[in-house]
Write a protein that binds this ligand. Structure first.
Ligand code: PLP
Length: 362
């Protein structure tokens, strides 16, 4: 059956590769000869264990994760990580720096206030979060528990290009750009990401954590909220989100199949360029939110030059079949989220739509 796929620019959950959905569909009722759906397998069965360990191995391979890091599959979304991080790593009297680059870093900061003493290590709030701070704007203390940053700001459409080399444990919320480009994992002590943008369906949270950090964590917290519980048990302390982990594994296989992280990064650059060029060539008809050297390859945020036209643009985009182009409810404007699984053709179609809309209304 030929299905018509939407031009899906949703910010999350977002597009999944068609090939992955088709494979999941094929295997849905009878998972590899078991006579059961993958969802019906015991999480203690050898068939499920293979899915679980394969997903971990693929992530390790694709992101070149060194041996002294653990890969964990948790639940609760990136939002629970906002709490788990300070719970595990903030000790009384100790501080932690937070780089504020948008709403998600603000939320992470707020959760840390529940447990200890976070402070602003840098903030670009006064610039309406149009940019990532420069390395020399970062202020932190050598004896801090950690420094937290958000690698890609989903709502504002800004992204770190290079990560700072710091001498405190660096923690990164990579929910909206993990697996979009090669990164040097060794700069980080902990990386976390809700799966629902580049990695798979919602319901799985990936945590990549360095061994020494697990050992240093606080012990007087609930079992389920300790990283050590999940690290010791291969993320099988309790029932994991098995279907989500299966889908994650299949998304990773898809990335491997198309040429790995370098090819994904190349495609992402190419797709983003289409839309940013349309903005830059519009003579101010479209106004990009992010400063050029902070532009996100995942979330392209912009406004149309006046509000009436912007409303019209969004209405016509919707009618033309472009899904999810409205900016986040907190900031308005327009946003095209072009994660790994969004095809080049969808971006080209949207670019053409932008050009045409300008021609008619400019
Ligand atoms: N961090 C970032 C950068 C995000 O984009 C999001 C969601 O969009 C979150 C955290 C929250 O993730 P979750 O919904 O998995 O809790």
């Amino acid at each position: 059956v030929q299905v018509t796929r939407a031009y899906n620019f949703n910010a999350g959950p977002s597009a999944l590769p068609l090939e992955v959905l088709e494979k999941a569909q094929q295997e849905f009722l009878d998972f590899r000869g078991t006579g059961m759906s993958v969802m019906e397998l015991s999480h203690r069965s050898k068939e499920y264990e293979e899915v679980h360990n394969q997903a971990k191995a693929s992530l390790k391979e694709l992101l070149s994760i060194p041996d002294h890091y653990q890969i964990l599959f948790l639940q609760g979304g990136a939002s629970l990580q906002f709490s788990m991080i300070p719970m595990n790593f903030l000790k009384s009297e100790q501080k932690a720096g937070y780089v504020l680059t948008g709403s998600w870093s603000e939320k992470a900061f707020k959760e840390a206030e529940v447990f200890g003493n976070p402070y602003e290590a840098a903030s670009t709030k006064d610039d309406h979060y149009r940019r990532i701070p420069l390395q020399n704007e970062l202020q932190y203390n050598a004896d801090d528990a950690y420094l937290h940053l958000t690698s890609n700001n989903t709502i504002y459409g800004t992204e770190w290009k290079d990560f700072p080399a710091v001498d405190v444990p660096l923690i990164g919320d990579m929910s909206s750009d993990i697996l979009s480009r090669p990164i040097d994992i060794s700069k980080f002590a902990l990386i976390y990401a809700g799966a629902q943008k580049n990695l798979g369906p919602s319901g799985v949270t990936v945590v990549i954590i360095r061994d020494d950090l697990i050992e240093k964590a606080n012990n007087d917290i609930p079992t389920m909220l300790k990283y050590s519980t999940h690290a010791k048990n291969n993320s099988l302390y309790n029932t994991p989100p098995t279907f989500g982990i299966y889908m994650l594994g299949e998304v990773l296989n898809w990335v491997k199949g198309i040429g790995g992280i370098t090819e994904i990064a190349r495609r992402n650059e190419e797709k983003a360029k289409l839309l940013y060029d349309a903005i830059d060539e519009s003579n101010g008809f479209y106004i990009g939110h992010a400063e050029k050297d902070s532009r996100s390859l995942m979330n392209v945020t912009f406004r149309v030059k006046d509000e009436v036209l912007e409303k019209k643009f969004l209405a016509e985009a919707k009618q033309a079949g472009f899904v999810g182009v409205n900016g986040h409810r907190s900031v308005g404007g327009c946003r095209a989220s072009i994660y790994n699984a969004v095809p080049y053709e969808a971006c080209r179609a949207f670019r053409d739509f932008m050009k045409q809309f300008q021609q008619v209304n400019g």
